[in-house]
Design a protein around this ligand. Structure first.
Ligand code: LER
Ligand code: MN
Length: 272
């Protein structure tokens, strides 16, 4: 079974970004529950932005799980990257991610490393950047074991990173790590830009995919672009994928309609 999730952003600097619900966590939980989502995915400005006991209370009240917690605010709000040439900045980036791991971990929710992976260029070669990324993923992946959750690493499209842009390259990166506690995020929006064939890419990720961002080709909610979900859903089922399909999409045409559209597409393609 593939459970469903919907994103809620609490990050002012990310406004205009691909998150369905915004600002009000309690209202997002209410909507998610009403529509039949299994979980929420939080994009938080910091690990202290949400009171842990308030989060626990909301999850219990609405019968929801916490699917994952994004770390992108480390980049968009604090300017931190795991592949910064400045060692102190890299340490701050890792500390930020550890704090997010500790925030989501008690709820069984992994942290997602997307934009915080950074880029290579200038004085930093691709190999050197990948070494820094590997070092960070090994350390943080190991750290996440204390909560018995994986760490999620997200290949991004070429306009957002020049490190790892495909699932197959992500699998090679995973194989080169000392830890097996890092899993890949298959974001269908990024994959639509970078992959030759999305279903084949998912099959290539067998055993390595730990989270899916369920979204359409234009980053609108599933069903509002030209993504061919039949083969994608078949590939996910073929590889025995049983983690979340999480709606990380623009709140188009508005948050409520985007969430409703997503759950309709989820029910059509992914629900058993
Ligand atoms: C960014 O494009 C993205 O897909 C997010 O999940 C991570 O920052
Ligand atoms: Mn994503």
């Amino acid at each position: 079974m593939i459970p469903s999730a919907v994103t809620v952003s609490l990050v002012n600097e990310a406004r205009g970004g691909p998150f369905v619900f915004w600002d009000d966590l309690a209202a997002a939980c209410q909507k998610a529950k009403d529509l039949g989502f299994d979980a929420i995915e939080i994009f938080a400005p910091s690990a202290t932005a949400v009171d842990p006991s308030e989060l626990s209370q909301l999850l219990v009240q609405y019968g929801l799980k916490l699917a994952a917690v994004g770390t992108g605010a480390g980049m968009v709000k604090h300017g931190l990257s795991l592949t910064s040439t400045d060692a102190d900045q890299r340490e701050q980036a890792k500390a930020f991610i550890r704090s997010i791991i500790d925030f989501g971990g008690p709820h069984g929710a992994p942290a997602i490393i997307g934009s915080m992976q950074g880029k290579w260029g200038g004085e930093l070669s691709r190999d050197a950047a990948l070494d820094l990324l590997r070092e960070a993923l090994n350390e943080l992946g190991q750290y996440a074991t204390k909560h018995n959750v994986p760490l999620i690493y997200e290949p991004l499209n070429r306009y957002e990173t020049n490190l790892i842009t495909t699932v197959a390259d992500g699998v090679e990166l995973m194989k080169s790590l000392a830890t097996d506690n890092v899993k890949l995020l298959a974001d269908l929006f990024h994959m639509n830009i970078e992959e030759s064939n999305l279903a084949d890419a998912i099959r290539a990720g067998r055993g390595y995919i730990g989270h899916v961002h369920f979204v359409d080709s234009n980053r609108r909610p599933a069903g509002l672009g030209h993504m061919d979900y039949g083969p994608i859903a078949a590939a996910l089922k073929e590889i025995g994928y049983d983690k979340y399909a999480s709606a990380e999409a623009f709140p188009y045409p508005d948050p409520d309609a985007a969430a409703a559209q997503t759950i309709a597409a989820y029910n059509e393609y992914l629900k058993d």
